[in-house]
Design a protein around this ligand. Structure first.
Ligand code: ZN
Ligand code: ZN
Length: 313
């Protein structure tokens, strides 16, 4: 907080400075890195809460267990190899994300996470297709696993193998969140509209925050590594257009989740408002608000965001 001393910065009759004067001082940070020690535990709680009385209850409950398994895997695996400092600097100089998805190589940390996640997943009560998918992943060859990794990291998961890829995506989320957490948030730079400045992936949704340090600011949330990056409001997160933007929500909704539609690229992305619900989680609430996606299916807008737990919509 900056104390005002000059007459220009205080509204008449007030000892407090005009908030507009402070805007430059309290500019929201560009990026917030994930905290893997809390991210998945919080998400598990959110999924479990959303599951109660929800038409998708069994699936949300299953995902609560997956998020819990992600938390356990994150807790016990060895630390990932830190990104090479020179490569990070080179990426920054070229406005590229420091974590290069296209050259992913597995390491001991990822192997440990994948193995632990799968062993946790065996104990989860699940529907038959999810059970069969898990058995398939457990029996997969290194080459098949490599292909699944590439599919997830390219955000292009084959529709006929969604269930198998769910486990791989969950493991990669943990691994990339831990890698992103090792970066320096202040060193991240914008790399393009709708692209995570840490790992180069698309957002799962965007979030309008109510933090004292950034009240009313919007952040895009990465679907893979969990990094949040600042993105101005009323602007398409896919193409950057500021014209032709509109908002839709479910009838009877409390305004906590809206679809931001763009007439320039005919896409939509969800916006979550923390002031309406402080417990919102971009990944969990995106799945639970599937009704909004189903509503969009009738219209001209395609979904621009990515969520490995909500595919085929
Ligand atoms: Zn990311
Ligand atoms: Zn657009």
């Amino acid at each position: 907080m900056v104390r005002s001393s000059g007459p220009l910065s205080s509204p008449p009759g007030s000892v407090f400075p005009d908030p507009s004067v402070l805007e430059g001082v309290t500019a929201p940070a560009f990026a917030h890195l994930p905290d893997p020690a809390n991210l998945f535990a919080r998400r598990a709680e959110r999924f479990a809460r959303l599951a109660q009385g929800h038409p998708l209850g069994p699936y949300l409950s299953f995902l609560a267990h997956i998020a819990r398994a992600q938390h356990v895997a994150a807790e016990r695996a060895p630390a990932p190899e830190p990104a090479d400092a020179e490569a990070v600097e080179r990426a920054r100089a070229h406005e590229m994300p420091p974590l290069d998805r296209s050259h992913f190589t597995s390491d001991a940390a990822f192997e440990a996470i994948f193995d632990r996640l799968l062993s946790q997943a065996r104990a989860i009560e699940k529907p038959e297709p999810a059970e069969a998918a898990l058995a398939h992943v457990l029996a997969a060859s290194d080459a098949e696993r490599g292909e699944m990794i590439r599919n997830v990291l390219a955000d292009s998961i084959p529709v006929e193998a969604l269930a198998e890829h769910l486990y791989m995506a969950a493991a990669l989320q943990v691994h990339f969140a831990r890698r992103a957490a090792q970066l320096d948030a202040k060193a991240l730079v914008p790399v393009g509209d709708g692209i995570c400045p840490a790992c180069g992936g698309p957002p799962v949704a965007s979030v309008v925050v109510d933090w004292p340090s950034a009240a009313g600011a919007r952040y895009c949330a990465c679907a893979l590594c969990g990094t949040w990056w600042n993105f101005v409001r009323v602007r398409c997160t896919a193409c950057g257009s500021t014209g032709g933007i509109a908002y839709q929500e479910m009838e009877g909704g409390n305004g906590a989740i809206k679809a931001e539609t763009c007439d320039a690229c005919h896409s939509y992305a969800k916006v979550l408002y923390l002031s309406k619900d402080p417990d919102l989680d971009p990944v969990a609430d995106d799945v639970a608000s599937l009704g909004l996606d189903l509503k969009q299916k009738e219209g001209p807008y395609r979904r621009s965001t990515f969520n490995p737990f909500l595919l085929g919509y």
